[in-house]
Write a protein that binds this ligand. Structure first.
Ligand code: HEM
Length: 525
């Protein structure tokens, strides 16, 4: 061990090895004599290098670049008429919350202002365990069949040979999977380049279920609406910032909180009964669709505020592990197949990225005690002491029975059977592209956007599609946009100097609705 001199940091901490032994100075290395070769016995030096060699953990396969902070979620309105989840039935209750925002396709060093959806993940630490909301900043998504997810993501990432992003594979995939049109219209509007992470809304996108003690439930969509509004950049501003300050989003979130201007959001819920779902124009499990606000009004129930920056980014944000399957009694997933697949995928990737005991890491640990029969494994922190590691007759674990929730013992499945059967039939309806898929993107283009929005959309799409080499991919993509609106497609065609295209041949809306009604009726028999 080098000299006994003590090296102190400005906060008074004494410099040590990882085992706590004081070391005279950080560059100390034991040598043979004063200038001789290094010695293998030098634990400090090997400890230093060996730890450095292992500093990196895998970055997230998607959503690798992100920023986060801490704060709270406060219940502002009682939801006890639709759920027995205790957090939403006590007005004024606040729970500590951690948020992580992210881009999707880029690596962890990529630009924060890239055209991409943004992830919007929250961990609410409730008295009944952690409730994670793993949302995006768009109310819809590109797919409704989870088998497409790896294909779709690969086309947004790098080509296997050139290791470059590739406009051909991007549009080749999308134009063959037109259920993506609604999300693409949002992505190529200025909403695709939000002005920082704290100036955007968050949406569950998926349909979830809120359940009551009596076993009754409603379908829900959750919206987190930024109190300061959704602020966007145009393509030129976003491009300029990508070069001059790729960490614009991280920096503006950190500095806004540091300046005491705490970003806040109002939480709203839309609800739909199972009976309403059966006559809804769209499939309730289809996350490429929104629920019209006039038919399914937005009901406020909470406030979410970020008021505390992390002290250590890696420990508190990078190691945060969110999953839609981290839920609490009375808040349940729907049968949406994409959501069902996500319930598997997130804990699976956490075990890969952080290890089987990822829930022991302080940022992920619940505030309530954990009691179960999981034991040991790498990096065990909470081993549950001397408690038996099996269900013992001498000191058994007790179980709380929640009548309504799936994680309780009792539930009136018979009551639901009819609707669940109908849901089974609804999967047919998710597979095919029909005219129904273009109604909402068309309304977005024709009724919600103004002339400036439309001009930006055309130039943003043309800027990207113009980079594709294949005439076939361009033509198919123009048909895809013609299915949304012929004039939109024609304007893009003109901008990229390509021939105009006709809409894709698809089943009419009336036929699609009739088909669903027939399948629904058949499976209910
Ligand atoms: C991150 C898979 C769809 C929101 C991730 C990660 C995976 C994944 C593997 C990395 C997680 C980590 O390493 O911590 C999938 C699959 C999907 C899907 C398989 C569909 C089949 C969606 C949808 C949304 C979403 C529809 C939003 C509605 C997010 C967010 C993150 C994320 C916010 C980042 C969480 C964080 O900040 O740690 N996803 N995803 N994903 N996903 Fe998805």
């Amino acid at each position: 061990m080098p000299s006994a001199q003590v090296f102190k940091a400005t906060d008074g901490a004494v410099y040590t090895t990882s085992t706590g032994a004081p070391v005279g100075e950080p560059y100390a290395a034991q040598r043979l004599g004063t200038v001789g070769p290094l010695l293998l016995q030098d634990f400090h030096h090997i400890d230093l290098l060996a730890h450095f060699d292992r500093e990196r953990i895998p970055e997230r396969v998607v959503h690798a670049k992100g920023a986060g902070a801490h704060g709270y979620f406060e219940t502002t309105h009682d939801l006890s008429d639709i759920t027995s989840a205790s957090i939403f039935t006590k007005v004024g209750q606040k729970v500590r919350t951690t948020a992580r925002f992210s881009t999707v396709g880029g690596e962890s060093g990529s630009a924060d202002t890239a055209r991409d959806p943004r992830g919007f993940a929250l961990k609410l630490r409730t008295e009944e365990g952690n409730l994670d909301w793993v949302f995006n900043n768009t109310p819809v998504f590109f797919i409704r069949d989870p088998a497409k997810f790896p294909h779709f993501i690969h086309t947004q990432k790098r080509d296997p040979q050139t290791h470059l992003k590739d406009a051909d594979m991007f549009w080749d995939y999308l134009s063959q999977n037109p259920e993506s049109a609604h999300q693409i219209m949002i992505l190529f509007s200025d909403r695709g380049t939000p002005d920082g992470y704290h100036n955007m809304h968050g949406y569950s996108g998926h349909t979830y279920k809120l359940v009551k003690d009596d076993g009754s439930w409603v379908y829900t969509q959750i919206h987190l609406i930024a109190d300061g509004g959704f602020k966007t950049l145009d393509d030129a501003q976003a491009g300029q910032l990508a070069g001059s300050n790729p960490d614009y989003g991280i920096q503006s979130l950190f500095e806004t909180i540091e300046a005491g201007k705490y970003p806040s959001w109002t939480a709203y819920v839309q609800t739909m009964t199972p009976e309403q779902a059966e006559s809804f124009r769209y499939n309730v499990l289809d996350l490429t669709k929104v629920w019209p606000h006039k038919d399914y009004p937005m009901r406020p129930f909470g406030k979410f505020v970020l008021n505390e920056n992390a002290q250590n980014y890696f420990a508190e944000i990078e190691q945060a592990a969110f999953s839609p399957s981290h839920t609490i009694p009375y808040i349940e997933p729907s049968a949406d197949p994409v959501l069902q697949s996500r319930l598997f995928s997130y804990p699976d990737t956490h075990r890969h990225r952080l290890g089987v005991n990822y829930s022991h890491i302080p940022v992920n640990a619940p505030i309530v005690p954990v009691a179960n029969f999981q034991r040991d494994g790498p990096m065990t922190i909470v081993s549950q002491g001397a408690r038996p590691n099996y269900q013992s007759s001498i000191t058994p674990l007790t179980f709380k029975k929640n009548k309504g929730a799936i994680n309780g013992a009792v539930r009136d499945f018979e009551r639901e059977a009819k609707h669940e059967t109908w849901i089974g039939g609804a999967f047919w309806d998710l597979s095919e592209i029909t005219e129904l898929d273009f109604e909402q993107p068309r309304a977005l283009y024709q009724k919600v956007m103004n002339d400036v929005d439309r001009a930006h959309l055309v130039s943003n799409i043309a800027g990207h599609l113009g980079g594709a080499k294949s005439a076939e991919v361009k033509a198919r993509t123009l048909s895809y946009f013609a299915s949304v609106d012929q004039s939109l497609s024609d304007r893009i065609a003109q901008a990229i100097n390509a021939p105009t295209a006709k809409p894709l041949p698809v089943k009419s809306a009336a036929e699609a609705i009739r088909f669903r009604a027939n399948v629904g009726a058949a499976v209910k028999q």
